[in-house]
Design a protein around this ligand. Structure first.
Ligand code: HEC
Ligand code: HEC
Length: 413
């Protein structure tokens, strides 16, 4: 008798532990209100008349000073609109993807994002440091409130920021046109850059000798304007990006699961999802339809020796707020299509999903494996490490099986 009671006791416990992941996930979906597809866009961002102009500006090199760079150079179709490089290579570079590493291009010292998911209504914070943000009906950006210039959305402003960045675009325009405005772009702050760039952009239809010029003039005629302006360029690029990411987006396996197809993801991925939303605490920061809180946190990601700021380091959010507490904090990256956009981290330091997820839990194995880029990095890393978010201490992933199930889940996003 005792033996039977013991067996019953075992079975009851076994059932209690044999978690039905679908049931748990149903609760998670309810609580987090996860119903949106990663392919949703805010169609209000599309001005149909501007799509052909946006496509031309995105794909042709007409906007780039040295005629060697377009948006599509770094936001590449076959890499899910990222560039598969740790850090991007801008003007002066040649080729695509890894070929650019062997060229003489200027390094843009950050990892490129995909553009999928950037056209949703609630996507209000752009770039690793949140340089462009919509706050209380204003587009806060280095050029001031974008709405007052006629930009239609924060995406429109974000889309022209590369044009103001010397290394991504305008770099060597002086070689082409000997344009005096480049001097003010080199030397002064963003507002002056805006004015100066606008001036350059306005002169493109008159002075460019690009083969795409005829097409550009044709497009401008169709919409009834003679010259380009930055707001027009931004709105056209945003219309095109929105249209492109709407029509070319394949719903993910997780989208299918959310839509009710319980077989769309594997049992391991379901386990990973329960950890992601549960004891893994991932959704503490990676939450919402795109798996970001649009907040800024530090993981203490190694900088290498190529950061864009003082001592070749990247202090992240602090470059925008000038707040010491914001040093080394970066916008939580959205995780849609994340398995297609390696390498990872703002400096592209992590070559795989396993590596970056493990780094959240414990940064030491990373340095054991790779060592330090330099003695200076070894000596200064303590300061970066001390800024790591406290939330990371609550991540409870304690076996390699759990780690790999979370990574499997990320592949479904
Ligand atoms: C030299 C490579 C390069 C080129 C050229 C380039 N980008 Fe990017 N793009 C990047 C990198 C790197 C980032 C991340 C930069 C950061 O956050 O500081 C980025 C970020 C963005 C973002 C913000 C995405 C987000 O999640 O916040 C948008 C929008 C964008 N680029 C659009 C464009 C458009 C439009 C063009 C053409 C006008 C363009 N890019 C040209 C490399 C490039
Ligand atoms: C404290 C907030 C926070 C928590 C909790 C968190 N992350 Fe992150 N995650 C970030 C930030 C911030 C970055 C980018 C850091 C950087 O590059 O400096 C990041 C980067 C990533 C990346 C790389 C994405 C890319 O495009 O480069 C992945 C993947 C990721 N996190 C997955 C996870 C998983 C899985 C968990 C749970 C185990 C988790 N994160 C928990 C804030 C967080």
């Amino acid at each position: 008798m005792r033996f039977i009671i013991f067996i019953l006791f075992l079975i009851a416990n076994f059932q209690a532990y044999a978690v039905d992941h679908d049931q748990v996930l149903q609760k998670v979906i309810e609580i987090y209100q996860l119903k949106k597809s990663s392919c949703d866009v805010n169609t209000a961002l599309i001005n149909k008349n501007l799509i052909p102009l946006g496509k031309l500006l995105f794909e042709s090199k007409i906007l780039s000073g040295s005629g060697d760079t377009s948006c599509a150079t770094c936001h590449i179709d076959k890499h899910s609109l990222a560039d598969a490089l740790p850090m991007s290579v801008g003007v002066g570079g040649s080729g695509e993807g890894h070929e650019r590493l062997n060229s003489n291009g200027i390094v843009v010292a950050r990892n490129a994002f995909t553009l999928f998911g950037r056209s949703t209504a609630d996507f209000n914070t752009f770039f690793w440091d949140g340089m462009v943000q919509e706050i209380e009906g204003k587009i806060v950006s280095p050029i001031g409130n974008g709405y007052t210039y006629g930009f239609k959305s924060p995406l429109s402003v974000a889309a022209i920021m590369p044009l103001l960045a010397r290394d991504e675009f305008l770099g060597e325009r002086r070689l082409l046109f000997n344009n005096q405005h480049i001097e003010s772009i080199d030397d002064q702050y963003y507002f002056d850059r805006f004015l100066a760039t606008n001036q350059i952009i306005r002169s493109i239809p008159l002075s460019s000798n690009s083969p795409d010029l005829g097409v550009l003039n044709h497009e401008l005629k169709l919409i009834g304007v003679d010259t380009l302006s930055l707001p027009l360029v931004g709105n056209a690029l945003a219309s095109f990006i929105t249209q492109k990411t709407l029509t070319e987006c394949e719903p993910s396996d997780w989208d299918h699961y959310l839509a009710g197809d319980l077989r769309a993801i594997s049992a391991t991925q379901k386990e990973g999802a329960t950890i992601f939303f549960g004891k893994g605490r991932c959704s503490g920061c990676h939450n919402g339809a795109l798996y970001t809180d649009f907040g800024f946190h530090s993981l203490g990601v190694p900088q290498g020796e190529l950061g864009p700021y003082l001592h070749r380091q990247d202090i992240g959010r602090a470059t925008v707020t000038f707040d010491l507490d914001d040093r080394y904090r970066f916008r939580t990256p959205p995780l849609i299509r994340v398995s297609q956009t390696e390498p990872y981290g703002h400096s592209g330091a992590f070559s795989s999903l396993e590596e970056v997820v493990l780094f959240h839990i414990n940064p030491i194995p990373f340095f054991e494996k790779y060592g330090w880029t330099s003695e200076r990095e070894e000596l200064t890393y303590g300061r970066i490490l001390s800024t790591r978010s406290e939330i990371l201490g609550f991540i409870d992933i304690s076996s390699n099986e759990e780690l790999s199930s979370v990574v499997e889940f990320l592949k479904a996003l």
